[in-house]
Design a binder for this molecule. Sequence first.
Ligand SMILES: Nc1ncnc2c1ncn2[C@@H]1O[C@H](COP(=O)(O)OP(=O)(O)OP(=O)(O)O)[C@@H](O)[C@H]1O
Ligand SMILES: CC(=O)N[C@H]1[C@@H]2OC[C@@H](O2)[C@@H](O)[C@@H]1O[C@H](C)C(=O)O
Length: 358
Amino acid sequence: MLKWALGTMSGTSLDGVDAAMVLTDGERIAEFGESRYRPYSAAEREVLRAALGQWDGPAVEAAARVTEDAHAELLAGFRGADLIGFHGQTLAHDPGGRGTLQAGSGERLARLLGVPVAWDFRTEDVRLGGQGAPLAPFFHFAAARWTQETRPVAFLNLGGVGNLTWLDPRYPGPEAAGALLAFDTGPANAPVNDLMAARLGRVQDDEGALAAMGRVDEGVIDMVLRQDFFARTPPKSLDRNDFHSVLGLVDHLSDADACATLTALIAATVAAGMTHTPEPVERLLVTGGGRHNGTLMRMLADRTALEVRPVEHVGLDGDMLEAQAFAYLAVRVARGLALSSPMTTGVPHPAPGGRISG
Ligand SMILES: Nc1ncnc2c1ncn2[C@@H]1O[C@H](COP(=O)(O)OP(=O)(O)OP(=O)(O)O)[C@@H](O)[C@H]1O
Ligand SMILES: CC(=O)N[C@H]1[C@@H]2OC[C@@H](O2)[C@@H](O)[C@@H]1O[C@H](C)C(=O)O
């Protein structure tokens, strides 16, 4: 049965909360609905930042309250949702070790809003031995069907971290062996943002203007690409700060050259990632904030030799795709359908997950 699901995402860049409605039965997308964004205030962001990398304690509790309250405020403005898909704010991610932590209680949110909430999407996958991420790929499969793709295509999400979904829409469904391959490609905007903050007191390199003025140090790029992560066969996932050390590698460069190098590094890691895909694609559909960075988009086209387009090119909304993904996944949770597979998170078999409160 079709349901209007309201999905949310608050990404690793800690900018705010996205929310979007999708009409779906958890298999096909029937319609995309209203979407809204609520930025975190500077004070809220500090509370979240103070809890990054922690697993419990007062800082995590405070971050959970901020996350729930911000979501409750945003979601209260929507009408007609049958079900909410609440991702929560990722504070720590260590699938091979301590697990994965998305702050915020779906139980409290369900109480505040009076609508059932699907949440805790990643824990079960990690418990079964998967990476717990990325989870958007099953939705990407449905989105490719919605855009009537007939050939293999790749979605690239450029948030704080980069992640790539290769898919073949000719398979019967996303859980079919061979339909998908997905993995985190490497650091994306996080190091560029960190550089801009540290050197210039700015939050990001708007439109890639600074990177466009610099020269890329290929030696730095070669050095980073030699790390084991890039040769490792997917699935694989990253924590936001796993590649924080790359900042130290551009210390000797001018602001513009450092920025150009970290931006080219994103493109180079994506190109390295593309070598793992089962079949070539002609087109890379880019979602997430990085698609606004024109310099990065040019570098991606150069280094992958593919046609690189924002997802708007096929009628999707690159600011809301992840929120829509968790709307779609919420209905899959409600139906007990798989959220992940061996080729998306490395879980041993296609596996349901998440829980429902309210
Ligand atoms: N106009 C722009 N010019 C340059 N970069 C931009 C622009 N808009 C957004 N970005 C980059 O995109 C980032 C935000 O991307 P996005 O919202 O997709 O991240 P996220 O969802 O928080 O991360 P993740 O997907 O890793 O969880 C910003 O921090 C910035 O680096
Ligand atoms: C643990 C976690 O929250 N991971 C996020 C993060 O942001 C991008 C990348 O790292 C991806 O693995 C994932 O998010 C997307 C929405 C996903 O699960 O598909």
